[in-house]
Write a protein that binds this ligand. Structure first.
Ligand code: GLN
Length: 304
C-alpha cells in the first residue's frame, strides 16, 4: 500500500522551503490579506483514511472550486436540461474571458469558467426556495460538516470590484441566457465563491466524486453517470487555459480557485486538496500544482 503520509510529509517540507511562491490574487481586495507562506495538503482515500501536512485545517476562500458544487447541485436538480444553457468544451481562455461568450451567442463554453458558473447560479436561484441557505446546506452535507459558512467580507469585497462578472452577467442577459436579474444572480455567485473551507473539508466534500456519487454521510447525491461527466469536465476545464498543463503534469481531474486552493481526485482511490495562496500567471496555485505533480509522480497514481 502507498505510504501517503510520508509522501505528504516530503511535499510539506519542500513547500515550506520554496522561495518562488507566486502572487496572491489582488483583484479581490480581501484576498490580498492572506499570508503567502501558508501551505496545506489533505488526502482522503476511498476507505476514508485521512493524511495531511501543513496548514490543512486552516480555512480559506474556495472561490472557483465552488463551481463544482453548484454544478453538482444543479445537475442533480434539473439533469440533462442543464446542457441546453451551457456547453461542455474547454475554452482555452482565462476564467473571466468574455469574447467567446459574444462569439457563441451567450452559451458559455463550460460550467467552470465564470460565465458558465453564472448561468448555473441563475438556475439555482430560480429553483431553490432559499438559494444561499439551501446551497450551504448542500455543501455541509457533502463535507459532513455543519460549521462551513460564507465569508461575508470576501463576498462584499468581490461585489465592489467584480466588474468583469457584471459584464458577463449582462452579456448573458442580453442573450436571454439569464432568467433572474443580474444583481440577485451575482449576489449568489459572489457568496458561493466566498465560502471558507480547509483542505480537509474540501477533500471530504469531494469524496463523492471518487465514490460513485455517494458522499461521506452515505447518501447518494449524484448518479454514477453524473459523476463521470463532472469528473470529465474537471479534467478538461478545471484549470482554464492551463487544463492541458495540469493533465500533463498531474494527470488527475481537479478544480482550482483564486484563493489558492486546488482539489484533485482519482476515482475509487483518493481525493486530495492543497492550499497555497500564491498563484501562477494563469491564476492557479503555484505550489499546489507542484505538490500535486509530486504526489502523482511519487505514488505513480493518476488516471493515465
Ligand atoms: N470569484 C472569482 C471570480 O469570479 C473566482 C475566480 C476563480 O477562482 N478563478 O473572479
Amino acid at each position: 500500500m502507498v505510504d501517503f503520509q510520508s509522501v505528504l510529509n516530503g511535499i510539506g517540507i519542500t513547500a515550506t522551503k520554496a522561495t518562488d511562491r507566486g502572487r496572491i490574487a489582488s483583484y479581490i481586495p480581501e484576498l490580498e490579506k492572506i499570508d503567502l507562506q501558508k501551505f496545506g495538503i489533505h488526502l482522503i482515500n476511498i476507505k476514508q483514511h485521512s493524511f495531511s501536512s501543513g496548514d490543512s485545517d486552516e480555512r480559506f476562500s474556495i472561490q472557483s472550486i465552488s463551481k463544482v458544487f453548484t454544478l453538482s447541485m444543479a445537475l442533480g436538480l434539473i439533469g440533462e436540461k442543464l446542457w441546453e444553457r451551457v456547453d461542455v468544451e474547454p475554452s482555452g481562455d482565462p476564467f473571466n474571458h468574455l469574447s467567446l461568450l459574444e462569439m457563441e451567442n451567450g452559451i458559455p463554453r463550460n460550467p467552470l469558467i465564470n460565465p458558465g458558473a453564472i448561468v448555473v447560479a441563475d438556475i439555482l436561484v430560480s429553483i431553490l426556495d432559499n438559494p444561499k441557505d439551501d446551497f450551504l446546506a448542500f455543501i455541509r452535507n457533502l463535507a459532513d460538516d455543519d460549521s462551513i459558512n460564507y465569508d461575508e467580507e470576501v463576498a462584499q469585497s468581490e461585489k465592489m470590484t467584480g466588474y468583469r462578472n457584471y459584464a458577463a452577467a449582462n452579456l448573458l442577459k442580453s442573450y436571454k441566457n439569464l432568467t433572474n436579474d443580474v444583481d440577485s444572480v451575482l449576489d449568489f455567485y459572489f457568496h458561493q465563491c466566498s465560502i471558507s473551507m480547509s483542505c480537509a473539508q474540501l477533500a471530504n466534500a469531494f469524496y463523492m466524486f471518487i465514490n460513485n456519487g455517494n458522499c461521506r454521510r452515505n447518501n447518494t447525491q449524484l448518479s454514477k453517470g453524473q459523476v463521470k461527466r463532472i469528473n470529465a469536465l474537471m479534467l478538461t476545464c478545471g484549470f482554464y487555459d492551463e487544463a492541458g498543463e495540469f493533465a500533463f503534469e498531474v494527470g488527475l481531474p481537479g478544480k482550482s480557485g483564486v484563493g489558492g486552493g486546488i482539489v484533485a481526485l482519482l476515482p475509487n482511490e483518493f481525493c486530495v486538496a492543497t492550499w497555497s495562496p500564491g498563484l501562477n500567471e494563469k491564476g492557479n496555485s503555484k505550489l499546489g500544482m507542484l505538490a500535486l505533480e509530486r504526489l502523482t509522480t511519487q505514488t505513480e497514481l493518476s488516471i493515465f
